[in-house]
Design a protein around this ligand. Structure first.
Ligand SMILES: [Zn+2]
Length: 321
């Protein structure tokens, strides 16, 4: 089990009144830096000239973050699965979630979807989200199952990953009739190249997708502030029901957006993944908590993007350029 105590400590530290979206003042507004009006901050021999001072009247402080969930909602949870493993469709996870009114996100491997295309079409038709997980699942060559060849991110370029993500979207459109708006970084890794040529491919994901989902993060997402091109997610393949319930409780306690990631859907408890028994028990638990919004990564991501002043400000700046 992961060290949830450290997660809790961080969350308590981060739990923020901005989520209520109603407190733009507070101690931060009181903090004022050195001012050009203060003669101590003017260059020697210059009594009237303008000073390039970050706290001068020209510099605007960032606006206070504001965000609010829909009426009656106090936090959000997304459940996601990676790699289109056979157990996800063989053990009918999509139908099981639907029984509890829950839509989840499947970040799929193209080769696995190809093998069971009809079953995956049914998953999409049930209203679940199909997300992009690349074509070749590139990760660090340090993983023995990747090795030092073409699938190693160390040997990738930004152009190569850009083309691959678009190719995956094209293939999914052809096979399942959907165009993904969410992407999950394979292994949670967001770089290409090495040394001086190493670069983040988060900007590539930001160009093509509404949400980029990380993996094995240690914290939840502050909806007022998080980077939608790299939202954090917790791996739950080894978590029991009590831990899963406590994650849901923490999403409510903090008002943040929590994303869970599993790989397999075993039919028996104790196996790796989110078992059918735990899906049913968690489904019942969540049904009794209507104040926790449970929906796909893409749906909650779209709400976050359109309901916070951070993105409104960025959109305005883009229009002005
Ligand atoms: Zn994966």
């Amino acid at each position: 089990m992961k060290s949830i105590s450290s997660v809790c400590a961080l969350l308590l530290l981060l739990a923020s009144p901005v989520l209520a979206g109603d407190d733009a003042s507070g101690p931060e507004a009181e903090r004022v830096g050195p001012s050009a009006a203060d003669p101590r901050h003017r260059p020697a021999g210059c009594d009237t000239c303008e000073v390039d001072n970050p706290a001068s009247s020209k510099a605007q402080p960032p606006p206070a973050a504001s965000f609010s969930w829909p009426k009656g909602v106090r936090g959000a949870l997304s459940i996601s699965f990676d790699d289109a493993r056979e157990s996800q469709v063989d053990h009918h996870s999509a139908a099981l979630f639907k029984k509890y009114g829950i839509r989840v996100t499947y970040f799929v491997s193209l080769t696995n979807v190809e093998k069971k295309q009809d079953l995956w079409r049914a998953v999409a038709a049930e209203g679940h989200e199909i997300g992009n997980h690349s074509v070749h699942h590139p990760c660090s060559g340090n993983f023995p199952w990747i090795g030092p060849g073409e699938r190693a991110l160390e040997n990738y370029t930004l152009e190569k990953i850009d083309a691959e993500l678009l190719e995956a979207n094209r293939s999914l459109r052809q096979m399942l009739g959907v165009t993904p708006v969410s992407y999950a970084y394979p292994c949670g890794l967001d770089f290409v190249g090495r040394g001086e040529n190493r670069a983040s491919y988060v900007p590539v994901v930001a160009r093509h997708f509404l949400v980029g989902r990380g993996y094995r993060g240690e914290y939840f997402n502050d909806p007022a502030f998080c980077d939608l091109a790299m939202v954090q997610a917790l791996g739950v393949d080894h978590d029991g029901l009590a831990q899963l319930k406590s994650y849901a409780d923490q999403a409510l306690a903090t008002g943040y957006w929590l994303i869970l990631v599993a790989h397999e859907v075993p039919q028996h408890p104790g196996g790796e993944g989110l078992s059918t028994g735990n899906i049913a028990a968690l489904g019942e638990y969540l049904q009794a908590k209507p104040e926790l919004w449970v929906d796909t990564v893409g749906t909650i991501g779209a709400y976050v993007k359109s309901h916070r002043n951070l993105d409104q400000k960025n959109a305005k700046e883009r229009q002005q350029r």
